[in-house]
Design a protein around this ligand. Structure first.
Ligand code: SF4
Length: 318
């Protein structure tokens, strides 16, 4: 329980990404999404042709500009829009869709070079853990040293349960993720991890295991998602056949709280729940507003006197 001398409002119950950015860059920093044509080995036949069972064709980038625009054009348009709207001066160029490192090395280097532009303080590349080789990490390391722009990665893990990874057709293992995390550390590249907390085959114990694993491998950030059922996906077919149930809000909130208690307090939380456009969703965030679920998690952390990482501390400090 908290000390009587400490007011509830003074306790940082969740280490939000916005705080991390202010600590790192001294002010608010905004992400500029870059949408490029591409694919991933889980779609083009290298691993499989079906893709992850929840993935829609767009490669998980719903609100981006046309992929016919160059990296520079997309950055320029988004920088003008977000810069004016939020009076923003610092930006993160964000390669979000498909598998950012699944392009030829020369093209990857060229994309990094094109992203170095006015106000960009960081370049973030989203990728699969099994698509990270030393050549690409070295390219990022060298680009950072040459330009002074910080480089970072986002790795999709989703769950630390190998059996569930097979069920969702991720095409990589937990060991692949651990190997990728080790490589990021060797090349001093910070990374954030994507997780889906309510995959139908996962238990609450799996949620704890996933949080503990991410805490141990040295991640700097985490993005929490609820499972959304999108049109045209294998998951939507399974849902239509009655093989899976729609995710339940109460269960997601409980799992989110459990995850937060078991994720190290030094790991920045980028998201408490993701979003998907209504027009491509069969079920999105329990048909509730994203904000209401977010607020419920924050309020429950306060009401139950939970603090991010409190169970990790119990395990390692006692
Ligand atoms: S790895 Fe990413 S882009 Fe590829 S199928 Fe899975 S979610 Fe979609």
């Amino acid at each position: 329980m908290m000390s009587e001398n400490v007011k509830a409002s003074e306790i940082r119950r969740i280490y939000f990404y916005s705080d991390y950015l202010k600590e790192t860059y001294g002010e608010k920093v905004y992400k500029l999404p870059i949408n490029l044509p591409g694919t991933c080995p889980n779609r083009d036949g290298k691993i499989s042709t079906g893709g992850c069972i929840y993935c829609a064709e767009s490669g998980a980038n719903y609100d981006a500009l046309s992929n016919t625009l160059s990296v520079g054009e997309q950055l320029s348009i988004n920088r003008t829009y977000i810069g004016e709207k939020y009076k923003a001066k610092k930006f993160i160029a964000y390669f979000q869709n498909f598998t950012g490192t699944y392009v030829p090395l020369a093209e990857f280097k060229s994309r990094l070079e094109q992203a170095v532009s006015d106000g960009v303080v960081e370049i973030s590349v989203s990728t699969r853990p099994d698509c990270l080789t030393e050549e690409y990490l070295l390219a990022m390391r060298e680009a950072e040293e040459k330009t002074g722009v910080r480089m970072s990665l986002e790795l999709g893990l989703q769950t630390a349960n190998d059996e569930t990874l097979k069920k969702i057709n991720r095409g990589h293992s937990v060991a692949d993720f651990v190997r990728a995390a080790d490589l990021c550390k060797i090349y001093s590249l910070p990374f954030c991890v994507h997780v889906i907390l309510n995959l139908p085959w996962d238990t609450r114990e799996d949620v704890v295991r996933t949080a503990r694993l991410i805490s141990k491998v040295g991640a700097e950030g985490v993005k929490m998602h609820s499972l959304n059922i999108l049109k045209g996906t294998v998951l939507a077919e399974m849902y239509a056949r009655g093989e899976i149930k729609a995710p339940e809000r109460e269960e997601y909130v409980e799992r989110a709280l459990l995850f937060l208690k078991n994720i190290h307090s030094g790991i920045a939380v980028h998201r408490l729940i993701g979003r998907a456009p209504e027009e491509i969703s069969v079920v999105e965030n329990f048909n509730a507003s994203w904000r209401s679920v977010y607020d419920e998690i924050v309020n429950e952390m306060e009401r139950r006197d939970y603090i991010q990482g409190m169970d990790v501390c119990k395990e390692f400090c006692l």
